[in-house]
Ligand binder design. Structure first.
Ligand code: CTP
Length: 400
């Protein structure tokens, strides 16, 4: 999958820089074109001559060439790349990337790069474990960068611990898997609902719930990254999505979400209904703000909303996959299976509010997938991004 891919390899000042030579060799052997960008301290550890020879391209380090004044455009480089890999990435470069300190060619290229970014940290165990490094890595993850975790072993300091840059073959296989995965849902259309719905009481009040939309947005990103065209129907959330394959439609109420889903569903290969749709809405919406003095005791008469999942289950064709969610507080398994059958779903993702780290607002989730084929697959607690990957893996299996 690396054949013909344009890879920027960023090298920083670490003893692991020698491994970059093997990375270039492996990438070039797989048919990739490699452009090295090295920091000034990286050059203390490995010579540009070695890197230029292996990559068949002059190594870029400065903003312009001292010899003839040629300008090295980090913007053009960022646009040229199919992926950027920073290996080894020191704590210092990770910090600069996380905080936009663009004082060298490598970091300016990173900031201009629209392609996916992979970071392979290399440092001493205590530097790696330091909260600053961990916070910076977390920040990079939140930008969508992929961290290739360092291995545990003997370090340059002769201490033993986590911080050793992952081996070149492993790093290359991460990139290869990425490009491989990118095509698994190519040409497929996926509808995803996310977030809560708000049901109006009057112009300033609503009935709603605590859903943050994080799970649905992670599913949209994971599907888009595999090449799917995603229609993301989002309730009121404060989240952004950036992937060009995602078309976002903002809605507020369950009725609006229902309208969009029913009209889009016939065109899609799969629908993932992760929204926490309000089950009820006020029967009447007050045109003006309800005043405390005039209302006295307040009774809200609520009527049921349409069940989007069940409605799509009724019109579902054999070639379409319908995936629902069940957030339960008791008898999760039984309720989830009932919903799977009642709504004619192919798969249901169960998460229990009683599990620590699962449910609304948090960045993690612990799920069990139940399928119409009778499978029950329980997963450990993971980040919502990783959970999204697991769900999309399972859907990909079904679509195939
Ligand atoms: N769902 C939906 N439309 C609704 C209610 C739920 O599409 N009006 C979907 C959810 O997005 C989810 C699945 O149905 O994928 C199950 O939602 P959940 O709220 O757990 O189930 P309900 O059927 O509403 O049952 P209850 O709230 O009584 O547990």
């Amino acid at each position: 999958m690396l054949k013909g891919k344009h890879i920027i390899l960023g090298i920083t000042g670490s003893i692991a820089a020698y491994k970059a030579a093997y990375i270039i060799r492996g990438l070039v052997k797989s048919g990739a074109e490699v452009q090295v960008v090295i920091t000034p301290s990286g050059k203390e550890f490995i010579t540009p001559l070695t890197l230029a020879t292996l990559s068949s391209h002059p190594v870029i380090s400065e903003f312009f060439s001292n010899r003839d004044g040629t300008w090295n455009s980090h913007v053009d480089l960022g646009l040229w790349a199919d992926a950027m890999l920073i290996a080894p990435a020191t704590a210092s470069t990770i910090g600069k990337m996380a905080n936009g300190i663009a004082d060298n060619m490598l970091v300016t290229t990173y900031l201009s790069c629209k392609a996916p970014v992979f970071v392979a940290p290399a440092m001493d165990l205590d530097m790696y474990a330091h909260p600053t490094t961990q916070q910076n890595l977390e920040k990079l993850r939140s930008f969508g960068n992929r961290i290739i975790e360092p291995a545990t072993g003997e370090l340059a300091s002769h201490l033993v611990g986590k911080g050793r840059m992952e081996e070149p073959e492993k790093i290359i296989s991460v990139l290869d898997d990425f490009f491989n995965q990118k095509t698994t849902l190519a040409g497929k259309n996926i509808l995803i609902t996310a977030g809560p719905t708000y049901e109006k009481i009057d112009p300033v009040r609503f009935v709603g719930n605590y859903s943050s939309g994080k799970m649905g947005f992670a599913l949209a990103e994971a599907s888009a990254e595999r090449g799917a065209n995603v229609c993301l129907v989002a309730g009121p959330v404060s989240l952004d999505c950036h992937h060009p394959n995602i078309t976002r439609i903002n809605v507020e109420s369950a009725d609006e979400m229902y309208q969009v889903c029913v009209s889009r569903f016939p065109e899609v290969d799969a629908a993932i209904l992760s929204a926490a749709v309000a089950d009820y809405k006020p029967e009447h919406v007050a045109e003006q703000k309800i005043k405390r003095e005039t209302a006295g005791d307040m009774m809200l008469h609520l009527v049921p909303n349409k069940d989007i999942a069940a409605s799509l289950g009724q019109i579902k064709k054999d070639c379409q996959i319908l995936v629902g969610f069940a957030l339960e507080t008791t008898n999760g398994h039984t309720h989830a299976l009932e919903k799977l059958k009642k709504k004619n779903l192919d798969m249901i993702v169960l998460n229990s509010l009683t599990d620590d780290g699962a449910g609304f607002k948090v960045d993690t989730n612990k799920i069990t997938i139940l399928t119409d084929k009778g499978e029950t697959i329980a997963y450990p607690l993971k980040s919502k991004k990783e959970v999204a990957e697991d769900i999309v893996d399972k859907i990909t299996e079904y679509i195939r």
